[in-house]
Write a protein that binds this ligand. Structure first.
Ligand code: ADP
Length: 375
């Protein structure tokens, strides 16, 4: 089968064409500046799709696409696995817009654009929250009045689920286990970053919460802070938009150093940069310690995504804080360039530390093919 994988944002549309059986990437591209036609961008998602189609005609040379898989950010409490899209599903995703106001409307625009152009094309939605539907209530509930959950759906949802599911499967394979027998901790460290406690192949806790803002120190997001800081700043005259901008776009590594990019921080080696890495690695190490307890003793720690796969100095900082768990890093293995899948812990380590490259598009293509074949 040939699957077109779409990741549709409010002003950009990323796509890849994948063969889920071989893993081959047949085409990929990025259409930017949607809605900014004065700068040459397409005026909407349907026009962006025109450009994708043109690019695909050139690269695929007539090979037909069998199905389209969409990354959908928020599946709320309803979606615990990938689903075949129909009008009712589109309405259900639309109803989740208040929970993901920047992302879900853009995902739906991508779905509608395909449906208009190719009405008979099977489309599948793959949700970033789905893997975390197995969280127990003591992990997903916030200690606030029940009304907030009932009225607004305020609870922990968790994100990066497609990546966690894929990486869990591959880590289990490396250890000679079925995914359902894997118990460990998976850290997805990209621009956005989160860490998940996996027990028997299922997510039982995760650091992102109601939104992707909670948890680890990220490229531009603060992660955990005392919520009273927001109240304090509101009283100081900050607006809701100011706070959104501050915590989602101007905090994290960027707020601490001026750069949101791990590579620049490591290369520059400034005192502010080193402090930022201390803060970020300390935060992650605390989560790992907590999740070790949550899963009843991890059997592996896994690093993935841009930083997790490539930033060996950051991995070293994190693992060096885990001595109390009996986990030790093998410097030579850790420092090998490239993000290839491997074990980076020593023989003495209480459990293995792995690098496992993520591939969300491959995961979406595989899930899409599976749903379409089951139909
Ligand atoms: P996104 O969440 O945007 O998909 P990625 O998973 O691509 O992000 O991760 C981006 C992060 O990975 C950036 O902070 C980048 O600096 C970091 N990164 C990528 N390659 C390296 C490298 N060789 N060394 C250190 N950091 C790296």
């Amino acid at each position: 089968m040939i699957i077109l994988v779409i990741n549709s944002g409010s002003s950009s549309l990323k796509y890849q064409v994948r063969d889920p059986d071989t893993g081959e990437r047949l085409a990929s591209g990025l259409i930017e500046r949607i809605g900014d036609s004065s700068h040459g961008g397409p005026s909407n998602h349907a026009e962006a799709l025109d450009r994708v189609t043109e690019e695909l005609e050139a690269t695929l040379q007539g090979k037909p696409i069998d199905a389209v898989g969409h990354r959908v950010v928020h599946g709320g409490e309803r979606f615990s696995e990938p689903v075949l899209i129909n009008n009712e599903i589109i309405r259900a995703i639309d109803r989740l817009n208040p929970l993901a106001p920047l992302h879900n409307p853009a995902n739906v625009q991508g779905i509608r654009a395909i449906a208009e152009r190719w009405p008979d094309m099977p489309q599948v939605a793959v949700f970033d929250t789905a893997f975390h539907r197995t969280l127990p209530e003591h992990a997903w509930r916030y200690a606030v009045p029940d009304e907030l959950y009932k009225k607004y759906g305020i609870r922990r949802y968790g994100f990066h689920g497609t990546s966690f599911e894929y990486v869990t499967r591959h880590a289990a394979q490396m250890l000679g286990l079925q995914a359902a027998d894997f118990t460990g901790i998976v850290a997805h460290l990209g621009n956005g970053a989160s860490v998940t406690a996996v027990q028997g192949g299922r997510s039982i806790d995760t650091s992102m919460g109601f939104t992707p803002l909670e948890g680890l120190v990220m490229g531009t997001r603060s992660g955990d802070i005392d919520p009273s800081i927001l109240l304090f700043l509101l009283r100081e005259g900050y607006t809701e938009q100011d706070l959104d901008q501050l915590l989602n776009r101007e905090s994290g590594l960027k707020g601490l150093t001026g750069h949101n990019d791990m590579r620049s921080i490591e290369e520059e080696g400034s005192p502010a940069g080193m402090l930022a890495l201390d803060i970020a690695s300390y935060r992650l190490a605390k989560y790992i310690g907590g999740y070790h307890v949550a899963v009843g003793g991890a059997q592996a720690l896994v690093f993935t995504a841009g930083i997790g796969e490539n930033a060996w100095r950051f991995r070293e900082r994190v693992v060096k804080r885990l001595g109390a768990l009996g986990v030790f890093i093998d410097d030579a293995e850790n420092q090998k360039p490239g993000g290839a899948a491997r074990e980076i812990s020593t023989e003495e380590s209480a459990f293995p530390v792995l690098v496992v490259p993520t591939d969300e598009e491959a995961a979406i293509a595989e899930a899409t093919a599976a749903v379409v074949l089951k139909k």
